[in-house]
Ligand binder design. Structure first.
Ligand code: PLP
Length: 442
């Protein structure tokens, strides 16, 4: 890709100094200029087994159609339908090869206008609250699994109404609620979340198996005598990780909980599988799942969130002002704190199309958000051409863990949500107003 070829461009960059630990570039998606996006043939390197699926070009790659983001009201999350489907096809290839079932973790991506597409490939959703469970039931309509660190008495009857699978975080919760489950008119498959106490995640805040974790029952606390009515085990210990992490986790899980797996009908391997990432080892994932399934004949679930929407969307923003304080600072109509909270929480520096590291190109800027938070800084970038008031900036890989986590801090409006459809048209599916801000307050 010739990043410098268009002198009017706001151009894509190399990864930044503090980029997230994993690959965040957009396979197949190339920014031609600030206002035009087109898709390049996806995935340079292929896993042999999955070549057919990964090599299948998206509609955009076939036709090389450009889209114009100039008319989009900013800020706006723009999700590319074809890229979502490409991810779904990769996930479906794992289902087809192994017989496992993949469900969408709503905490990562809950854009229900795309559920009709997603439900063609995935078996259901994984919810973490009453509201996510209801959304899954009403808008997705297949299996609805729920897990929360604890369930509330007042919400429990509604949860029963909406879910098909319920995972408990402790035996005390299970014993508190199990008779209400048994008495319910519908059969609900119940599971216990276990903590294999095996850490793969390096960042402590994202490691559910770290010291004193509240997530899952450790082997020491596992109560075999309370398993009546439990048909599944659930564990979750990954975050943006490759198949080798799962391959190292499973032997530990089996060593600790193997004696109980025999009596189960299903096991859920949690989320954090970065299955749709370019360098993800699909062969290893499939062999690990197939091997497990051979040894214990049961249903295996995976519940990724990020993998469904990875590299499938942008946050389009506009420059509102350029000021100077020992360096040029561009104020944009978005916010790290309000619209891309992982930038501050993880933290990481998101890619901006056609921008480089701070010393890569002649025009250097700090990109700062709209809130009063001094630290509402997206990162430092350089560009081939100077930014101007009105320049559009395209933040990459912004479909997951953004619209599900954003907020209206400072009264900053929420970004609109749009879909780039297969015919290249952009459809705005949601715009937010003063009422959305006001309705969260009293
Ligand atoms: C229990 C559970 N399942 C699934 C997920 C989804 O993980 P990811 O979006 O990283 O695939 C998470 C993320 O925190 C989780 O805690």
């Amino acid at each position: 890709m010739d990043r410098g070829s268009n002198s009017d461009s706001i151009c894509a960059g190399a990864s930044g100094i503090e980029n997230r630990p994993t690959e965040r570039s957009l396979p197949g998606l190339v920014q031609k200029s600030a206002e035009r996006i087109c898709l390049a043939p996806p995935f340079a390197e292929e896993s042999a087994c999955n070549e057919a699926i990964r090599r299948e070009p998206t509609l955009e790659a076939k036709t090389n159609m450009d889209i114009d983001v100039g008319g989009i009201p900013t800020p706006c999350y723009l999700v590319d339908e074809a890229s979502i489907e490409r991810n779904l096809k990769v996930l479906d290839s794992v289902q087809k090869r192994t017989g496992c079932k993949i469900i969408l973790a709503l905490k990562g991506f809950a854009m229900f206008s795309l559920f009709p597409l997603i439900r063609q490939y995935l078996h259901g959703v994984a919810a973490s609250s009453l509201h996510e469970t209801r959304l899954g039931f009403e808008e997705f309509g297949r299996e609805v699994h729920v897990f929360a660190p604890a369930y509330k008495e007042a919400e429990f009857d509604q949860l029963l109404q909406y879910c098909s699978h319920m995972v408990f975080n402790s035996f005390s919760q299970w014993n508190r609620y199990k008779f209400r489950v048994f008495e319910h008119e519908k059969h609900i498959a119940c599971g216990i979340r276990v903590n294999p106490e095996h850490s793969e995640v390096k960042i402590p805040v994202y490691d559910p198996c770290g010291p004193f974790s509240r997530l899952g029952v450790t082997r020491e606390n596992f109560q075999e005598s309370d398993l009546d009515g439990i048909s599944g085990l659930h564990f979750h210990n990954l975050c943006e990780l490759n198949a080798d992490s799962l391959a190292r986790t499973l032997p530990v899980f089996e060593e600790k909980f193997g004696e109980f797996i025999e009596g189960m009908q299903w096991v859920n391997f949690g989320g954090g599988h970065h299955i749709t990432r370019e360098d993800y080892d699909l062969d290893l994932l499939c062999s690990v799942i197939a091997d497990f399934k051979n040894r214990y004949s049961l249903d295996i679930y995976l519940e990724p969130g990020e993998a469904i929407a990875l590299n499938a969307g942008f946050l389009v923003a506009s420059v509102l002002d350029i000021i100077h304080n020992k360096m040029d600072i561009a104020i944009v109509d978005t916010s790290a704190a309000a619209h891309m909270p992982d930038v501050l929480e993880m933290p990481y520096r998101p890619e901006v199309q056609w921008a480089g590291l701070i010393d890569e190109y002649p025009h250097k800027y700090r990109l700062g958000g709209l809130t009063c938070l001094a630290g509402d800084v997206i990162g430092d970038y350089s560009f081939q051409e100077p930014l101007k008031v009105g320049s559009k900036l395209i933040f990459m890989d912004m479909a997951h863990y953004t619209m599900v986590k954003n907020n209206t801090f400072n009264g900053v409006p929420l970004p609109s949500i749009a879909i780039r459809e297969r015919d290249n048209r952009i459809r705005i599916v949601r715009q937010f107003s003063y009422e959305d801000y006001r309705n969260r307050l009293s």
